[in-house]
Write a protein that binds this ligand. Structure first.
Ligand SMILES: [Zn+2]
Length: 273
């Protein structure tokens, strides 16, 4: 069974407001290089959802990732959640970020992930815009938490028509929902896709959850941020505890994940299908 690894390429400070970013130390290059080494060790490939802002500042880093046969996709330009955007602004930033990435990779960009998985009911207008510019999205987290609210969304890759799509539909636009574990009797989805959840839950839960997904002959779609393997990053007051929780354990868990399962990028998965 194969699974899908994705990396949201952003620095440790990029969840604070854009106007403060320039105050903080860049650690994205060193952390991403470390991630690339770890991925190499198990011959794993990943899709990197890159912020246009970061690509403009570190084009060699993006080139380096692309040269290692990982996929470059877009995470928008400056990490503004969709709830704070208008359709016009969203489309402008999306096309801007795609152009920056295509100039660097000289390849077509076909995938998108919204900042903090922010495609929800109120921002479902984004789907029709995405269909015009890319082939797939990976932002609809089928869980209910204070951040996301798509508890009834499909749990496995599917053809997406609108946010109300309940199963694999028609068309050639795909959705790759981050991995969840479905509690049998409660019929509730628990996020297990990586990132904060890889830091929060015991590793054996994550492993069990992915095994369950693979038992259904489906890939688990996992994710991580480069800053999550960096316990030495600065501490800032505006961040809540969850940003820093178990950062010193992530690298070890990520390595185990890559040893226990085989991972490829979304682009490879689409070609392989
Ligand atoms: Zn992000």
């Amino acid at each position: 069974m194969i699974n899908i690894m994705t990396i949201d390429l952003e620095d440790w400070y990029q969840d604070v407001e854009l106007k403060y970013w320039h105050h903080y130390e860049d650690r994205i290059v060193q952390n991403t290089n470390k991630l690339l080494t770890i991925l190499d060790e198990t011959n794993a490939h990943a899709t990197f959802f890159v912020l246009g802002y970061n690509a403009e500042r570190f084009p060699e880093l993006i080139e380096n990732i692309n040269d290692k046969n990982h996929e470059i996709a877009t995470h928008g330009y400056d990490h503004t959640p969709l709830l704070k955007q208008t359709p016009t602004k969203f489309e402008k930033e999306l096309t801007k970020s795609i152009k920056i990435l295509e100039r660097i990779t000289k390849e077509k960009i076909i995938g998108y992930r919204a900042p903090i998985f922010s495609i929800v009911q109120e921002t479902s207008w984004a789907i029709d815009i995405l269909k015009k510019h890319v082939k797939y999205d990976s932002s609809i987290f089928p869980v209910k938490t204070p951040l996301y609210s798509n508890p009834n969304g499909p749990r496995f890759p599917y053809r997406l028509l609108s946010l109300d799509t309940k199963m694999d539909g028609e068309g050639d636009f795909f959705e790759f929902p981050p991995a969840t574990y479905r509690i049998p009797i409660l019929r509730k989805n628990i996020p297990i896709a990586g990132g904060f959840y890889l830091r929060l839950f015991p590793y054996r839960w994550i492993k069990y959850g992915i095994e369950r997904i693979n038992k259904e002959k489906q890939p688990a779609i996992c994710y991580l941020h480069p800053w999550e393997i960096d316990p030495k990053q600065p501490k800032i007051k505006s961040y809540k505890w969850w940003h820093y929780y178990n950062l010193d354990k992530t690298e070890k868990r990520f390595r185990r994940l890559l040893r226990d399962f085989k991972f490829i990028s979304i682009k490879e998965y689409l070609e392989y299908k």
